[in-house]
Ligand binder design. Structure first.
Ligand SMILES: [Zn+2]
Length: 373
């Protein structure tokens, strides 16, 4: 029977400021597992984001997003990043096989070593898919860095190299663990942000759409469509706003207009919006700035987005062909009148759609108040 259950709360808090303190975490033992203490009732500078057990099972560490490490039971404190200014928050930790050290990993893939943990490498800091955690190989002492797309980047000696197993699904990976046969990946549904209406809302919507597309297309390889190969999503229409930075019609600030707006001269409300190419419907949802929208996955890391619809006529997962109806023109979200906002995205990032739908229709001078957004 372990006699010492005294909590050793070795606290290291970056910046030593508790302004905006967050509540500490509780540890709940499942089954017959005893607990050795936790941080309930304490105010911390960063959220608790990870946990690792000691090899004996008689203790554990908790780690906060600012790199503060808290040791309980027979876990020893070997240091923290509390005195380092982090570029990105800590997102996970793993203990060495001896239990005499641990690694911390940040969302940009930076790895920090403590005690007998050896440094085997970090993940590239310019990854689009953030790092969400790490897992240690108990046989070899190497580790894997796990990304939100489900890739496991082996560093140092590892007993298996799980095929970079991108999740290829809309749900991001939030954590993972070693299994003798490969790995377990923990996913949760992507949360569609609902920011209050402001000048930054379109950007927030756009970033979330990029994330959604990247997870779903993680197993594909980029092959952009040929120039002029896509169908214009609204027939008999003219371009009312082009892709690029512009003065936003609703907010009056200069920002990227991530797509091309199409409208009919005589009015577009209720006109059919069609798929620019064949593919699979990736998302049908309602966002603050984009309004009712449809995202179609065309494969080859190519996707198209149709926004401000008055109604949608497809379901996620549905296979559709080029020219099929996806919804009706409306002015939902931030729009000054009925039009379709059309985006082409390559690996999630918006590009100018016009070259892909052909340049036959140049931008016309507006003859009446132009619906844009
Ligand atoms: Zn637009």
């Amino acid at each position: 029977m372990l006699s010492v259950l005294a909590v050793v709360a070795a606290v290291a808090i970056a910046g030593a400021s508790l302004v905006g303190a967050v509540p500490g975490a509780s540890v709940v033992g499942a089954g017959d597992t005893p607990t050795y203490g936790d941080l309930s009732g304490q105010d911390l500078a960063g959220d608790i984001v990870g946990m690792a057990p000691t090899p004996s099972g008689n203790g554990y560490w908790l780690v906060a997003s600012d790199g503060g490490v808290f040791a309980f039971g027979d876990a020893g404190f070997h240091g923290s990043t509390g005195d380092i200014t982090l570029n990105k928050p800590i997102v996970g930790m793993a203990a060495t096989p001896t239990g005499n050290g641990y690694w911390l990993v940040a969302s940009d893939g930076g790895v920090f070593t403590f005690g007998d943990a050896r440094f085997h490498g970090s993940a590239a800091a310019d990854r689009k898919d953030p790092v969400v955690g790490m897992a240690v190989d108990p046989e070899t002492g190497g580790y894997w860095i796990i990304t939100s797309e489900g890739q496991m980047i082996g560093q140092g000696p590892v007993s298996s190299d799980p095929e970079p197993s991108p999740a290829c699904r809309i749900d991001p990976v939030i954590a993972g663990a070693f299994s003798p046969a490969g790995a377990w990946l923990l996913t949760r549904p992507l949360v569609v942000p609902q920011p209050p209406p402001s000048a930054t809302t379109s950007g927030i919507d756009g970033n979330s759409i990029a994330e959604q597309i990247r997870y779903a297309q993680a197993c594909q390889t980029l092959d952009p469509p040929a120039v002029g190969s896509l169908l214009r999503p609204l027939s008999n229409s003219r371009v009312t706003s082009v892709y690029g930075t512009r003065l936003h019609p609703v907010w009056g600030v200069v920002q990227l207009h991530a797509g091309t707006d199409f409208a009919r001269t005589g009015g577009s409300a209720g006109a059919p919006v069609v798929a620019a190419d064949s593919g699979t419907v990736l998302a049908v949802d309602t966002r603050v700035a984009y309004g009712n929208m449809v995202v179609i996955d065309h494969g080859d890391q190519v996707a198209t987005v149709y926004a401000h619809l008055s109604e949608t006529s497809v379901e996620p997962g549905q296979e559709i062909r080029r020219g099929d109806l996806v919804g009706l023109v409306g002015s939902s979200g931030f729009a000054t009148g009925p039009h379709v906002h059309f985006e082409v995205r390559l690996d999630g990032e918006p590009v100018d759609p016009l070259p892909y739908v052909g340049s036959a229709h140049a931008v016309e001078a507006p003859r009446r108040p132009v619906p844009v957004g």
